[in-house]
Design a protein around this ligand. Structure first.
Ligand code: AMP
Ligand code: ZN
Length: 494
């Protein structure tokens, strides 16, 4: 089976085939850098990252471009309010976004910034005017004339036949019912940032930014365009109108939209007090790997209900996978292979791939690896794993982690960075005891701990239990729990 994906444009699950043989060209709408990213934003970015990783695992060369929206209504308003330039205002949040994305192991796509492409955007508008799809208003703003694009509404499935020709809207975001000529280019307002260009001074509208930058990097027609479900209208609808009027060709083959997440069953909002940035969660003592795992656990088209119980459960799941890997590395297995373990590993890989091929069913892919771990742990307890089964089981785990990226135990240094940031921002009071505890073990790498465990083992073989207990106590102080079982010594970070 090959990948099948839901396409918002056709409202159907289709076989995914790129326009060029083994290369996928994809564009994801990136963050508007006017504040710290919240978990809803990262739900969408994780979904896109999973897609990218799975396409690569499936043998495609992936060209993945993401924009940084560093000029839009909100940014202009906030930078004018704070009396700083747009660049000064956005630099801080762009940096924070990239750090946060890396913290939850999102691979960095190729980045493009709106403010670095202003002259091209102005040229694009000029060409649309020339072709009769855009016009200049008295104040020097330019609008797209949607009456000239009869397919307007084909993505959002809205019937706009009764719309008023010439009615205009110049907000970047607006209501579904206002199908109006939208601003491509906005004339300068006092106190706001603007650029002098061939079509006059002003600044680009948000929709225009994505059309120009995506086609510049990926060509006039490319394979996939992604974002959260709120972007279907007006943003993506407008991108289609602009781009297809400009080129006369289909703009994008597949439209990929992630469903909005809820927090404890409610829409996330600052006023409801259920609004969380990634950093908020880390300061509450949650690990980046648990957050990534939870955000990845619900298939992208299903509603993810983010709960703190779910987050704790995710931490347990990640821990179980990491412990299993350690167990495979640390136990002594007898020579030989067990065909049952070999087929267990093969089946796990097959089931994971089949799940992800099925419109990225991440929940089933996770279930497949857990089934393998459950059966392999039982086999290990019964002494039924042989030496040459280990690489096969590790390969299945590795395949899983190429997509989910939670196995490396690198949470502690990441948490430490958030803690340092909180201190530098004067947010010390938000640092919980849980997070302080969590980073106590930060100074010890896995290799350091393994060394100490080896020393414990040596002490125990020499029946020097006092020395062994002393090492165990030292590890406990550093936040490492050590468990002595009949199969050997296991450890985990608290
Ligand atoms: P923004 O920074 O507002 O431009 O949004 C960045 C990305 O996050 C876009 O793809 C949005 O569609 C997406 N997004 C915003 N809120 C949520 C949410 N609650 N759940 C899922 N995705 C979201
Ligand atoms: Zn966009």
């Amino acid at each position: 089976m090959a990948l099948r994906l839901f396409n918002t444009l056709s409202s159907q699950i289709e076989d995914f085939r790129p326009l060029r043989d083994r290369e996928v060209r994809m564009y994801a709408c990136g963050p508007t850098v006017y504040d710290y990213g919240h978990i809803g934003n990262f739900r969408t970015f994780v979904a896109v990252d999973l897609l990218h990783r799975f396409l690569r695992q499936s043998g495609y060369k992936v060209r993945h471009v993401m924009n940084i929206t560093d000029v839009d209504d909100k940014i202009i308003r906030n930078s004018a309010r704070d009396g700083v330039s747009v660049q000064q205002y956005t630099a801080k949040y762009e940096k924070a976004f990239l750090e946060d994305a890396a913290m939850i192991s999102i691979e960095e796509p190729m980045l493009v910034r709106a403010t670095e492409h202003i002259p091209e955007m102005a040229d694009f508008v000029a060409k649309l005017v020339e072709k009769g799809f855009a016009y200049r208003a008295d104040d020097g703003s330019y609008y797209f004339r949607i009456a000239k694009f009869p397919q307007y509404g084909k993505l959002s499935k809205k019937d706009f036949s009764g719309m008023m020709d010439g009615a205009r809207v110049d907000f970047d975001e607006y209501d579904k019912d206002s199908a109006r000529d939208f601003a491509l280019w906005k004339a300068p307002k006092t106190g706001e940032a603007s650029w002098d260009t061939a079509i006059g001074s002003g600044r680009p509208g948000w929709h225009l930014e994505c059309s120009v930058m995506s086609m510049r990097e990926l060509g006039e027609s490319f394979d996939l365009h992604a974002g959260g479900e709120d972007l279907v209208f007006p943003h993506h609808e407008n991108e289609i109108a602009q781009s297809e009027s400009f080129t006369g060709k289909p703009f994008v083959r597949f439209w990929f939209h992630a469903r909005f997440l809820l927090v404890e069953g409610e829409k996330m909002s600052k006023s409801a007090g259920n609004f969380f940035t990634l950093r908020d969660l880390v300061l509450k003592g949650h690990k980046p790997s648990s957050i990534r795992y939870l955000l990845a656990s619900v298939p992208y088209r299903n509603q993810l209900n983010f709960t703190f119980d779910g987050l704790k459960q995710a931490a347990v799941s990640v821990e179980r996978l990491r412990n299993f890997r350690l167990r495979l590395g640390s136990d002594n297995f007898s020579e030989g292979t067990n065909p049952e373990m070999q087929s267990l590993a093969t089946q796990a890989i097959e089931r994971m791939t089949a799940a992800l091929d099925d419109d990225l069913n991440t929940a089933q892919a996770q279930a497949a690896i857990f089934e393998m771990v459950r059966q392999a742990n039982a086999a290990c307890d019964a002494g039924a794993i042989k030496k040459y089964d280990v690489p096969s089981l590790l390969a299945a785990l590795g395949k899983f982690d190429e997509i989910f990226a939670v196995l490396d135990d690198d949470d502690a240094p990441k948490i430490k960075r958030v803690l340092d940031w909180a201190v530098s921002e004067g947010r010390d009071k938000d640092i919980t005891d849980e997070v302080r505890e969590a980073i106590q073990s930060a100074g010890l790498s896995d290799a350091d701990i393994e060394k100490k465990i080896d020393a414990m083992k040596a002490a125990r073989s020499a029946r020097d239990f006092k020395a062994s207990d002393a090492i165990r106590a030292e590890l406990a102080d550093a936040g490492i729990l050590v468990e002595i079982t009949k199969d050997g010594i296991r450890w985990r970070r608290k």
